[in-house]
Design a protein around this ligand. Sequence first.
Ligand code: NAD
Length: 420
Amino acid sequence: MREDLLRHPVFKMAAEQFDRSADFLKLTEDVRERCKWPKRLITVTIPIKRDSGKTEVLFGYRVQHHLSRGPVKGGLRFHPNVDLGEVAALAMWMNWKCALMGLPFGGGKGGVACDPRTMSNHELENVTRRYTSEILPFIGPETDVMAPDMGTNEQTMAWITDVYATHAGHLVPSIVTGKPVILQGSEGRTEATGHGVAFLAARALKRLNSKVKEPTAIVQGFGNVGSHAARTLESYGIKVIAVSDVTGAIHAADGLSISDLMDHVAKTGSVKDFPGSEVVNPDAMLTMKCSILIPAALERVIDESNAADLQCVILAEGANGPTTTKADAIIEKRGDIFLIPDILCNAGGVTCSYFEWVQNLQRFQWSKQEVLSKLDTMMAQAFDRVVSFAERNEIPIRVAALSLGIKEVADVKSQRGLYP
Ligand code: NAD
């Protein structure tokens, strides 16, 4: 299994990042091994009847990296490329992210290999319910709490809540986060990840103030994270000049109206044909000149083929794992791009999920303003801590963020000792 995981390109990348930080921390071999490998790798099959009447068997996964600091927390992804290695890598990153943010969670991730864009609502509901039933023995508010990720949303979380409640015999809202507010979801959770990405990009911009006069932004991916990041940037007065989604990319030198674009996407399902915009090549879009580049879609989109050509001042990683190890080396050597690494940059989502879980346990509902102001405070503290740790130790900012998270987990493991 070790070798299988290490052969997977995304897991290999997460493992290389871990090794680099573990070297910096000088972790002993036994603690390093215990931190690196996931606690549970669960694979299930999900038979569903398609609307056509045909029966299809899908593969689903849930990986729980560690439970040492609390229940695992992490999204559920529906995407054709989902496999065990990708889910294991995402679970590992979640582990360091929760620890970095000081949240009482370990990292988890789940996914089903399917294409939600080709499935009806009824089929999606069936997949969600069957997936939940298959992993039911392994989840719970104190063991594993899911949330939305690519291809899933608050409706998916509502179905999971329903399956869990049906088996428990009563409503257990703390079983998932990112659920609808009517089901005791948290105000502010939907926009939390994108808002946090934009908040940190603006904070980084402030640090570089003298360098950037009229800030602009480019966003890859216009789903939950990308659209809300763009909307918050626009509210800060930062022009969003290009965005892309799976269907293509658009550009407007004077800036796109993000709320109009969100309406357009809600109506047409795509950013294409947005009035006042021109079509651009999605790959070329990544290397266009801008102040802030936000990859908010897939892994490994910044690689050795385009890292040297980037023309952004700040690279704010909304997606998980968007930059390969080779691209990291190129960016470090260039030294002219301020990187906000994924485990810090998109941590607004899990931080707000933590708020939702706390509200559910307390049977109490906070206002949106309360949620977003708490979120800004925690994001700002984490950002300042990571940046000063990187500066103090003269290490790249990704190594700093990972090291702070990994050290927290390593210390807990060492303190708890090894059973038996
Ligand atoms: P989503 O499904 O809501 O949106 C994904 C977007 O990416 C869509 O606009 C889709 O069209 C676009 N996309 C897909 N393939 C693309 C391609 N090849 N080129 C350009 N765009 C493409 O997903 P999301 O929840 O916004 O998640 C996006 C990323 O952010 C993922 O890496 C996810 O793990 C990460 N993330 C999400 C959250 C969250 O709270 N949702 C939290 C932390 C991290």
